[in-house]
Design a protein around this ligand. Structure first.
Ligand SMILES: CCCCCCCC/C=C\CCCCCCCCCCCCCC(=O)SCCNC(=O)CCNC(=O)[C@H](O)C(C)(C)COP(=O)(O)OP(=O)(O)OC[C@H]1O[C@@H](n2cnc3c(N)ncnc32)[C@H](O)[C@@H]1OP(=O)(O)O
Ligand SMILES: Cc1cc2nc3c(=O)[nH]c(=O)nc-3n(C[C@H](O)[C@H](O)[C@H](O)COP(=O)(O)OP(=O)(O)OC[C@H]3O[C@@H](n4cnc5c(N)ncnc54)[C@H](O)[C@@H]3O)c2cc1C
Length: 664
């Protein structure tokens, strides 16, 4: 029945002001109003329909994405949307496209690594989309190891040009999004060679295609790398392959903020750290952390609503069966994911602040916080994307068989999301960057250099190495100080243990390689401490709205107690807690599940997702799941006729043969 809210009873149970929670989730009233307005604008526009997307063959799917991206641009111009509104519109259109890389990496790379003059020349063209760009770093043979890239950019002083060349098959650029079929330009990362000397990697703006007929320019071989995981999903993106055969570009297309090559071919290093070459990656890793809460909350919204609709077992005297959300096992799988979505939201907000802060400092030539910004963006990108990808898959399982249908929205969400664990730095490789930062920090303790920011706790290392938890009863685990100390002591002890083991090796690099798995675990402990601390700090702010703060306290408790339970080996092994205290933590966790249960539906309503954005029959706002699943099945192309195509060729002969066999 249309118009009936099957989840109305659930919504009546809420013990907090959902509208105020929507504002907390959005980050501010302004953000809420912006998201609300733009998401509805997109949902109500048939030009952005998602109908049949997972059924389209690749060519049609891709063309449809081009149509949508162009239509989005048209609406952005017609409605005179600001940059912020335009980014929101692209977000709610919800289809990976070349525009993500144009706006998300090509433009930021020019902004971050181009001189003022270069920005003045290229940015207006890019802002008007008169050129379309991508970020071409990864090669067939090298992705994680940026210093290992093989493409060369050799300066020719005769002509004042760089010659861009792919010397080997493995030097072919491979993966850049938007490269295969759309981009006219790319920021290409190549080894800078001048006067016969190799100065390592630098960025260059290279035109790839004609702006007239879009044909690849002479010396450029470019195409799509082929079909990727999942139906629809990331196949809307033209991840590309690119080879250069001595392609010439003017010298001033080398991005020259970090280093320059003069007219005479002299290499000049600016007084900014070389690591700024990696700045675009830091920026994108930060946006990926913010985006993790979008993806996870979406999956959790679907699984929570469906868990309240779905009933199994326990019917008594002909009454209704039990809602699966009431099973403790379901809660133990679902509620920590709900809590994680909120936790990642807040740590994403904080990371955005950190990124803005480091950017302002860089502009004032203060590079002191760059290592911390790198460690935080790398570590949190790794932590949040791993948890989100695993969480989406868990949500699919939480929806039982129906979660496996594309109409649940979950398979496509997973297929689109899971490469986040790999792109912008493989998650293990990034954790090892955090571990290096931690080992450096431990090695400098006692040198007089005071650790600050997210590693300030290392400054209390003596206390953290010997303190013990003073939790005596389950509710003591609700005290922020008890929790923060537990996570600090665990992280500090794991780092110190790694440092002690490392010191046993004569060659530190050999030791690092041998102990890499332990180091990655220490990095995870450090990153989890950051997320827990930022959630607790959020709760120390003034949070208006009846019951809102209390719900966030419950979520925060679930987040850290679940982590404590899952990693209790670390907490017990480092000797900070006893097995009795671990068991009390688990008692408290169960109690928090019961407190959360009546609020579960309203907590996912607070994400304020439209049905268009969720694109899931199981996650519909009104909970009207079964009729809609039934209706959708009949839209499948296989159901266009009663008799399947292929019946006469394949099924009929088979049946005849069986008849003959039966007669024998
Ligand atoms: C694009 C997305 C945005 C779209 C936006 C559109 C709007 C939509 C609206 C909303 C936004 C939603 C956002 C969601 C995004 C989803 C879409 C994503 C699309 C996919 C994009 C994918 C793009 C890519 O994958 S690009 C390629 C990325 N490649 C990598 O990440 C490679 C990883 N490898 C490395 O980074 C390096 O090789 C390394 C760090 C592993 C090692 O580097 P190295 O060998 O040079 O270094 P060392 O280990 O020796 O370190 C030396 C020294 O440098 C320090 N360091 C290293 N890296 C950095 C850094 N980045 N910054 C600062 N410092 C760094 C390191 O710590 C060492 O320091 P020491 O002090 O110890 O010497
Ligand atoms: C969907 C998608 C979009 C992408 N978009 C772009 C783009 O727009 N532009 C671009 O330039 N690139 C892009 N990439 C490429 C991406 O950045 C790389 O794939 C990524 O950096 C990982 O590198 P890799 O593929 O070389 O992995 P590899 O390094 O080959 O990883 C393989 C395995 O080796 C392990 N490993 C590697 N090094 C180490 C180490 N030192 N210690 C321990 N383990 C290690 C990894 O953990 C992993 O398990 C994209 C990739 C994908 C999947």
């Amino acid at each position: 029945m249309e118009g009936v809210d099957y989840l109305a009873d659930e919504r009546k149970k809420a013990e907090f002001d959902v509208n105020e929670m929507k504002i907390v989730w959005a980050g501010s009233r302004h953000n809420f109003e912006l998201s609300d307005r733009i998401s509805k604008l997109v949902a109500n526009d048939p030009g952005f329909s998602k109908e049949g997307r997972t059924m389209l063959p690749r060519k049609e799917l891709f063309k449809n994405t081009l149509r949508k991206a162009t239509y989005a641009w048209k609406r952005i111009i017609e409605l005179r949307l600001s940059e912020e509104e335009a980014a929101k519109l692209r977000h709610f259109v919800d289809e990976p496209a070349f525009t993500d890389l144009h706006w998300g990496m090509f433009i930021p790379a020019i902004k971050g690594q181009g001189t003022d003059e270069q920005q003045k020349k290229w940015l207006p063209l890019a802002y008007k989309m008169q050129i379309i760009g991508c970020y071409a770093q990864t090669e067939l043979g090298h992705g994680s190891n940026v210093q290992g890239l093989e493409t060369t950019a050799t300066f020719d002083p005769q002509t004042d040009e760089f010659v861009i060349h792919s010397p080997t098959l493995t030097s072919s650029k491979w993966w850049p999004g938007g490269l295969g079929k759309v981009s006219t330009h790319a920021v290409v990362y190549a080894r800078l060679i001048t006067n016969g000397k190799d100065y390592g990697i630098n960025g260059f703006i290279v035109q790839l295609r004609s702006l007239e007929d879009h044909k690849p320019l002479p010396g450029v071989t470019v195409g799509d790398i082929g079909l990727k995981f999942g139906n629809g999903a990331y196949n809307t993106m033209d991840n590309g392959v690119l080879r250069f055969d001595h392609v010439r570009i003017p010298r001033d297309q080398m991005l020259m903020r970090v280093s320059q090559v003069t007219r005479e071919g002299k290499y000049v290093q600016s007084d900014v750290p070389r690591q700024l070459l990696y700045g675009t990656m830091v920026y994108v890793r930060q946006t990926i952390v913010s985006d993790a809460s979008n993806a996870l909350s979406r999956a959790v919204c679907i699984a929570t609503r469906y868990s309240a609709v779905r009933r199994q077992f326990g019917s008594q005297n002909g009454g209704q069966e039990i809602q699966v959300i009431d099973y403790k096992t379901q809660q133990n799988r679902l509620f920590p994911l709900l809590a994680s979505a909120y936790a990642f939201r807040f740590v994403g907000e904080w990371l955005k602040w950190l990124y803005t802060d480091v950017t302002q400092r860089l502009q004032a030539n203060d590079f002191s916080t760059l290592p911390e910004a790198h460690a935080c963006t790398a570590g949190l990108k790794s932590l949040t994307t791993t948890a989100t990808a695993d969480g989406i898959e868990e949500c699919r399982k939480l929806c039982g068989g129906h979660g496996y249908l594309c109409s649940s929205g979950l398979p496509e969400l997973f297929a689109v999301y899971v490469p986040a664990c790999t792109y912008e730095g493989d998650n293990t490789v990034l954790l090892l960057q955090v571990a290096r930062f931690l080992m450096k920090t431990v090695s400098q303790l006692g040198s007089g250099k005071k650790p600050v920011g997210t590693i300030a706790y290392m400054g209390r290392i003596e206390h953290l190495m010997q303190c013990r938890s003073d939790v005596k009863q389950a509710k003591d685990w609700l005290k922020p100080s008890a929790v923060v100390e537990a996570f600090e002591a665990r992280a500090a002890r794991m780092s110190v243990a790694c440092a002690q083991n490392l010191s046993k090796f004569d060659n530190p690099e050999e030791g690092f390689a041998e102990l890499a798995a332990d180091l990655a675990e220490a990095a995870v402990a450090h990153c989890q401490l950051i997320v827990v601390s930022k959630f607790i700090e959020k709760l120390q702010q003034d949070i208006p709205g009846e019951g809102v703060k209390q719900q966030l306290e419950v979520l925060c408790g679930i987040y850290y107690l679940f982590l404590l339970h899952k990693h209790q080996g670390d907490f017990l092994g480092t000797g900070y807690i006893t097995s009795k205290q671990a068991s009390l933590a688990n008692d408290q966790l169960r109690a928090l599940y019961s407190q959360l249960r009546p609020n579960a539906i309203s907590l996912v309503d607070a994400f304020n997702y439209t049905d268009h954005f969720l694109d899931s029959i199981l996650g519909r706002y009104d909970g009207n799941v079964y009729p809609k699943l039934y209706e959708a099945a009949w839209k499948d192309p296989l159901n266009q006729s009663d008799i399947a195509d292929g019946f006469h060729e394949y099924i009929r002969p088979l049946l005849k043969q069986q008849l003959r066999t039966a007669r024998l």
